[in-house]
Design a binder for this molecule. Sequence first.
Ligand code: ADP
Ligand code: ADP
Length: 230
Amino acid sequence: MRIIEMNNVSKTYSNGVNALNNIDILIEKGEFVYVVGPSGAGKSTFIKMIYREELPSSGSIHIQGSDITKLKSKHVPYLRRKIGVVFQDFKLLPKLSVYENIAFALEVIEEPRHIIRKRVMEVLDIVKLKSKARFLPDELSGGEQQRVSIARAIVNDPRVLIADEPTGNLDPDTSWEVMETLETINRSGTTVIMATHNREIVNTIKRRVIVIESGRIVRDELRGSYSYER
Ligand code: ADP
Ligand code: ADP
């Protein structure tokens, strides 16, 4: 079953920069996809269009069959519940505990307290951080903070998890911990899309690789490798 479909998608920013050209892509439910390519190639733009942080200038983007480019802005929050997002710099709230950072996403949709508690402990278990529930973000290592941000991203049980350079600020050891967590989540059926510059990870954990260069998909391989220099 396909979960993401882009047809002839192009994006020109308001300053005239042409970031993506004629992108066509199909992503099936449950896939794990790396998005690689040089800086400025259009990877972040590609990823941002999936959770409607950016709209394309032309073309259509279907998520689970509905065209999100036509979504009214009041419906965007519903889309965001289907799509969890993880950033390079974690974006945790520094004054809230690990528990509160994760619970926050459920409090805004007014889930009952006992459900929130159960669900937060479940996702803390998935990312192996139950023992750190009461800690503040800056009392954790970088890898642990990223796992908290992954827990927050999956607490609404999204269909798709998007990660924009999730290991970009981490050392090699903690990067592997984060990858293990993303693999666990993928095995449970969540589609994972990850932009990365981490050659070692892409070449070791073999998955579909989409290579973007100068705003175009130049390669798309089911068990690909990192290299994009020709
Ligand atoms: P990557 O993630 O591969 O580094 P980006 O998608 O961030 O690439 O950027 C693609 C191109 O679009 C670059 O030329 C970049 O400078 C430009 N760009 C990105 N975001 C914006 C923006 N908000 N406004 C204008 N230009 C942008
Ligand atoms: P900025 O405003 O500079 O883009 P923020 O600090 O506001 O960065 O980071 C949060 C951003 O992530 C927001 O722009 C928000 O719209 C976006 N976002 C979209 N979908 C999600 C999601 N499912 N989970 C977390 N953040 C999301």
